[in-house]
Ligand binder design. Structure first.
Ligand code: K7E
Ligand code: CUA
Length: 642
């Protein structure tokens, strides 16, 4: 170890307690007193047993061996491009669902089936192999989750993905036209046009980075000419329906419970290109979209246009084109300064925008926005009914079922609990009302925070999960890049209590907490869904058409249906593997030595890979998923003849 390394080396035993505690204030210390490092690891430690004075009941987060969690948490993986699934309250991770990333665990990005979902270049290689997932939401029926789909965005390559929740697999990915920095995403909670349809039919997507429209070499140096688009995608066909050109940018997206309104908060109404420019205005906005009016315009083909090569109809949502509220498709409600996040309250009445650079949260009443669109409210700002000061760096808000909001305070490293009705009373002039109900320290710098079922009308007020951007000293040192932390907070009482530190790999952005009864997964796949499946090992065969060879193969523990197959050097080889096993989780892997092939076939599933036989010799093919006592013997040989 050189001197410099020595100086910065961290060993948990050498960490002076004071050093650790510098990060923590009194409230946090109560939580760790006598508890070693992680409160969540304590065996059934009631507060009294640990000398803990908060009365924290750490037993609440325990899930004993063999017990099941009460909730799923779906969490975006950030720059790893996946979606993660955890159990709560235990914090155990079940799965990383590969979406925009390659993943050899299942062969995502390697199999022909997954490549078709991700999208390929003409040469068959992936069009993109990385992504940045930020916001993950689920499809709704009647204002609550229906367990059908999850939707997640890719900020880097501006794609929207859908995950089917019967198999926990991504089944569609589309790229949004003329978009950069695709950030906010939210499905509608019922159809905005047809009131009889009470489930998700559309997904709304925000564009954060203004860019030349189209981005074909024009307007590159004139930032003022850049523009932003708000995009609507059909949730079933996953085709882009329409776009709205707006002023400013889009950050997060939220949808109303009646389906009629969608909003995006804007931190760059200045339309700047540097952060100093973007921070100039004291007020930015939350931009509302009147979905029914937009769709009527699109249907009538009135005032629609297209951008560049895209065929998607676009309408103009900029203020100059929307001066008359009675025909306007957008309403820009001013909110202070660079707001981050917009969240819908589960009673369906309010959207809350957090100030980020203002210590406030802005409460916007949706009924008033509707009235503005009818010409019954004077100015958009009159739709604001509350604006309490809640702390420094407010970012995202979750809600319980008792009218309280819980906002993450990035700069204060706190969660603040505040009462929405009290905030509204205060805004009307009540000086005595107590808006802020409680504060609790989190560790450290929370980004998203969300409550159990909090983005549905079945918000149950049990848990708040704080996705913290820094874990600093909370876990054993593991190199300069630390894991992050998700802290589970009990919100059933008047006081919030931090009950567990869960680790998360960098960088979860947003999550949702879903009651377990909503998710109904399949146990096995259905062979009939795979056109290339063979249903009997006897049908295994090698087919040749010129230089193209197709190997039809099956697996059934502990053997593949062919112990060897021969191809010729230079062949284009396609291996189609059907797993005939019928027991759930009896999956087999298929890896080929030196050929960079590895994928998994689940019970009654068919997957395929295509590659060039460019090396002569014998290459063992083996099962990579430990499936049987004879798993090691589960092999075949690819013989590549010269
Ligand atoms: Cu949802 Cu980071 Cu993309 Cu806020 S964003 S933290
Ligand atoms: Cu099949 Cu291991």
């Amino acid at each position: 170890m050189d001197k410099e390394t020595q100086q910065t080396a961290q060993n948990v035993d050498s960490l002076p307690d004071q050093g650790r505690r510098r990060f923590l204030n009194t409230a946090a210390l109560v939580g760790v007193a006598g508890a070693g490092i992680s409160a969540g690891l304590l065996p059934n430690a009631a507060g009294a047993a640990t000398g803990d004075k908060s009365g924290a009941d750490f037993g609440k987060v325990e899930v004993h061996p063999g017990q099941l969690d009460e909730y799923y948490s779906f969490s975006s993986g950030g720059h790893s491009g996946d979606v993660r699934v955890y159990g709560l309250p235990s914090g155990r991770q079940f799965k990383s669902i590969p979406v925009f990333n390659m993943d050899a665990l299942v062969g995502w990005g390697l199999t022909n089936e997954s490549k078709a979902v991700i999208g390929t270049k003409p040469d068959g290689s992936l069009k993109y192999n990385c992504g940045d997932t930020h916001h993950v939401h689920q499809s709704y029926t009647n204002g609550t989750y229906n367990g059908k789909y999850s939707f997640v965005n890719d900020k880097i390559n501006c794609r929207l993905a859908r995950i089917r929740l019967d198999t926990f697999e991504c089944d569609k990915i589309i790229e949004l036209p003329n978009v950069q920095g695709f950030h906010g995403v939210f499905p509608d909670k019922r159809d905005p046009v047809d009131e009889k349809i009470n489930h998700t039919t559309r997904v709304f997507c925000g564009m954060e980075f203004r860019a030349p429209l189209p981005n074909d070499g024009r307007d590159m140096h004139d930032v003022k000419k850049y523009g932003a688009l708000f995009t609507c995608v059909d949730a079933e066909s996953m085709k882009v329906k329409w776009q709205v050109r707006i002023s400013g940018n889009c950050d997060l997206v939220a949808t109303s419970y009646d389906g009629k309104l969608v909003a995006t908060n804007q931190y760059d109404t200045e339309e700047g290109a540097t952060y100093a420019d973007m921070m100039a205005n004291e007020m930015d906005a939350c931009c509302f979209f009147n979905v029914a009016r937009i769709e009527a315009m699109i249907k009538a083909g009135k005032n629609t246009f297209t951008i560049g090569d895209s065929k998607v109809p676009v309408v103009d949502g900029r203020p100059a084109a929307n001066k008359d509220p009675k025909t306007a498709i957008t309403c820009y409600v001013p909110v202070p300064k660079s707001p981050h996040g917009v969240n819908a309250s589960p009673d369906g009445k309010y959207f809350v925008c957090s100030g980020k650079l203002s210590p406030t949260a802005t409460v916007i009443e949706l009924a008033l926005v509707q009235k503005w669109f009818n010409g019954e409210v004077k100015t958009p700002r009159d739709c604001v009914v509350g604006e309490p000061e809640i702390g420094l760096g407010p970012l995202h808000t979750g809600f319980d079922n008792k009218g309280n909001a819980y906002t993450t305070l990035f700069l204060d490293s706190q969660i603040v609990k505040w009462n929405v009705a009290a905030a509204i009373a205060q805004f009307k002039g009540d000086k005595k009302v107590k808006v802020v109900q409680d504060r609790v320290d989190v560790h450290y710098q929370p980004g998203h925070g969300f409550t159990s079922m909090g983005e549905t009308k079945e918000a149950d007020g049990k848990w708040f999960l704080s996705d913290n951007k820094f874990s600093k000293d909370r876990f054993l040192p593991h190199g300069p890049l630390h894991c992050e932390s998700a802290q589970l907070i009990d919100i059933t009482g008047d006081k919030m209590v931090v009950l567990a530190d869960h680790t998360t790999l960098s960088e979860p952005h947003d999550s949702i907490i879903v009651r377990r009864d909503i998710i109904k997964t399949r146990q096995i796949y259905d062979l009939n869904e795979f056109p290339h499946a063979i249903k009997d090992a006897k049908d295994s065969r090698i087919e040749r058409k010129g230089k193209k060879v197709t190997i039809h193969l099956t697996s059934a523990a502990p053997a593949f249906s062919m112990t060897e197959f021969k191809v010729k050097l230079g062949d284009e080889v396609t291996i189609i593997l059907t797993n005939l096993d019928k027991v759930d989780d009896l999956s087999h892997g298929f890896a080929i030595e030196k050929y960079n092939i590895n994928f998994v076939v689940n019970p009654q599933q068919t997957q395929s890979v295509t590659f060039k036989a460019d090396k002569p010799g014998v290459f063992w093919c083996y099962c990579t998923n430990f499936c049987h006592a004879l798993h090691l013997e589960m092999r075949s040989r690819m013989i590549v003849e010269k």
